[in-house]
Design a protein around this ligand. Structure first.
Ligand code: WTA
Length: 635
């Protein structure tokens, strides 16, 4: 028997050791006992990080939706699979049973097929957090289409870039979405995007807000009538283990977002096994992850991981501040949530509110609290632990990435003693390494370095869509034969890991990864701008906020700085989305550069953070004089 559910620390160490000593047997036992295969694999693992090429469960045949839905029908047909909590507390929650989910996924799968979607085709999903979003992912997976979800807060420009990068054939969207007291015109954003997207043949539109939208003849169709006419049976397409399941874009330090490609079998096994252990999910528990399915956390830990375990997973459409800052806590009390998984930025925002918002709700159902997306600071950790968990619900600070597909370093609740701000220990199968600048592994404890992973795990992304070379350069070139995460970390005296943050040009703002390059590209589109540099600086709630240094062109005409600031943020909103707006914009005469012309972001970061004393040696710069000017005018 494999140790599918780890119960105490000694067992964790045993399981971990086995997973390192004999990874192939370790993973094949789990895969064999806990999933439904149409055909078993011929080979558990083959890998070569120098190419890089990674294959798990090669030769196996399966469909992930049979694992997430069909196999539960006999025993859990009437159990709630998805519990939908709408934006407005006045609208009734919906309990979608496994049986109903089966029918609804099949209906949509049939509609996709009727529109010519076949195995391997890419379908773009641009939807708010409504049940149709999860159902769309599953319907694609049912017929072997590759889903590419674009977060429905992204702009039309960001949407069209992603659609074109992977040549999607179809978009599934809605007329609009609710966001607190506001509505957002999603279909309008799609319409603008599609002017630039020749590959899109059909647009299926969910009616969510009953708004008056334009439907383009021959391209756009309301989804509901098509679903009503479709059969509730649709045979699952039998997929190979390494067939792509989805593409999900993440920001890189340069230009284009990276379309991370996740494949079927390994992703399924790893997300299911981590879900079971990291949340210690028990049969009648109600689990809630507040992420949006537009991010990897939603893919792995709202949809696939929970459903593969036959869990009840909550989908929340709204925001933590609507109708007031008590909403999360009200929902926990209302649905008797047992596991609650959210982001440090939300915790910090809620911790700032009157404590009554939390204390007037019954939170006694909670057993496990999770955190993901960025380092959780000590203050937020304690507030979460004391006020929400009442010191009895362990916090799992889970470190992982879009690229890793599943949780990599994390405590297991009731198993691993927690330590504030530490993600603690590697999950079974994960072999972290800390590396120094010379590319050597730093052994022993009480050390810090760049975080790499030495050995493949089942849910790692296999490539970047259409650009394998970039995949190799970004993740497998900095350190030979290792996957480089882009994060720094330290290992304490007992071997616990603490993630210290990005070491590249990615900034995490409210848990969203933003590359500096695309933001700078957007700023530079402003006709008055000649050059710009964006850095992060610490922010109470968002973790980091964005600080832009902007050089204006010398055109002779005078510009009102505040207007330019507004226009720059407008351009950023159009190109990327409102999440990438700059909090502060400082106009400057120059940017500190090395003699080879590289902007010294380290100096700009320190100044933006008002950490002026430690700028290091600036005398070797090409233009040391600008440093003083920038310091004098810091905002
Ligand atoms: C950061 C989110 C510290 C990290 C699942 C990583 C974290 C990036 C944590 C990936 C954590 C995520 N502690 N930092 N618990 N979790 N990060 O791709 O910098 O949106 O590289 O995946 O978020 O963000 P992504």
């Amino acid at each position: 028997m494999s140790n599918y559910s780890i119960k105490h620390l000694e067992e964790y160490y045993q399981v971990y050791r086995k997973s390192i000593r004999d990874p192939e047997n370790f993973w094949s036992e789990i895969a064999e006992e806990h999933f439904m295969w149409r055909k078993k694999w011929d080979n558990v693992l083959s890998w070569d990080f120098s190419k890089p090429e990674i294959k798990w469960f090669e030769g196996a045949k399966l469909n992930i939706t049979e694992n997430c839905i069909d196999r539960h029908l006999a025993t859990k047909g009437e159990k709630t699979a998805i519990l939908f909590e709408p934006n407005s507390p006045d609208e009734a929650a919906q309990h979608i049973t496994y049986r109903r989910l089966y029918e609804r996924v099949n209906q949509l799968a049939n509609v996709l097929k009727d529109h010519g979607i076949e195995k391997g085709d890419r379908v773009c999903i641009y939807l708010p957090m409504i049940p149709e979003l999860a159902i769309s992912l599953l319907a694609c997976a049912r017929i072997g289409a590759v889903h590419s979800v674009v977060f429905a807060g992204f702009s039309s420009n960001a949407l069209s870039t992603r659609i074109n990068d992977s040549d999607c054939k179809m978009v599934i969207t809605s007329d609009g979405s609710y966001r607190g007291a506001k509505t957002i015109d999603l279909k309008g954003i799609v319409d603008v995007a599609l002017d630039e997207c020749p590959s899109i043949k059909d647009v299926l539109v969910v009616n969510r807000i009953n708004s008056d939208i334009t439907m383009k003849e021959g391209r756009d169709k309301w989804l509901q009538p098509l679903l009503d006419a479709a059969s509730t049976e649709c045979a699952a397409e039998i997929m190979d283990a390494e067939d792509p399941l989805f593409i999900l874009y993440t920001s890189g330090s340069t230009g284009m977002p990276k379309g991370m490609v996740h494949t079927t079998a390994g992703y399924m096994v790893y997300t299911a096994y981590t879900f079971k252990n990291v949340f210690q999910y028990k049969e009648n528990d109600v689990y809630w992850c507040t992420a949006d399915i537009g991010w990897i956390t939603g893919h792995s830990y709202i949809v696939y991981g929970p459903l593969a375990n036959g869990a009840t997973t909550v989908m929340f459409e709204g925001v933590p501040s609507y109708p007031d800052f008590g909403r999360f806590w009200e929902v926990i009390a209302k649905h008797k949530i047992n596991q609650f998984y959210t982001a440090p930025t939300a915790i910090r925002a809620l911790a700032k509110q009157n404590i009554d918002f939390a204390e007037t709700h019954d939170l006694s159902s909670l057993k496990v609290l999770g955190s993901v997306g960025e380092p959780i600071n000590e203050e937020a950790w304690h507030w979460y632990n004391d006020v929400i968990g009442k010191k009895k619900s362990p916090i799992v600070d889970t470190w992982w990435q879009t690229e890793t597909g599943g949780i990599m370093i994390t405590p297991l609740p009731y198993v691993t003693p927690t330590k504030p701000t530490y993600a603690t220990l590697p999950f079974p199968g994960i072999q972290p390494a800390l590396m120094d600048e010379n590319g050597e592994e730093i052994k022993g404890n009480q050390v810090d370095g760049r975080l790499c992973i030495k050995f493949p795990w089942p849910s790692m992304a296999r490539t970047i869509w259409g650009n394998h070379q970039r995949y190799k350069e970004t993740y497998f070139t900095a350190f030979k034969d290792k996957y480089f995460t882009g994060d720094g970390a330290l290992r304490d005296e007992v071997g616990y890991y603490r993630i210290t943050g990005r070491v590249d040009d990615v900034i995490i703002v409210s848990g969203h990864n933003l590359g500096t390059a695309p933001i700078e590209d957007a700023i530079n589109e402003h006709p008055a701008v000649s050059e710009s540099a964006v850095v992060g600086f610490p922010h109470d709630i968002k973790g980091n906020a964005l600080y832009g240094y902007v050089i204006l062109k010398e055109t002779g005409e005078s510009r009102i700085h505040d207007n330019v600031r507004k226009e720059i943020n407008q351009i950023i909103t159009e190109h990327i989305g409102p999440i990438a707006k700059l909090d502060k914009i400082q106009f400057t005469i120059g940017l500190p550069k090395t003699r080879s012309g590289k902007i010294m972001r380290r100096i700009l970061r320190k100044i933006a953070s008002r950490d002026m004393n430690n700028l290091g040696d600036t005398s070797t710069l090409l233009n040391p004089e600008v440093v003083q000017e920038i310091k004098d005018n810091v905002l």
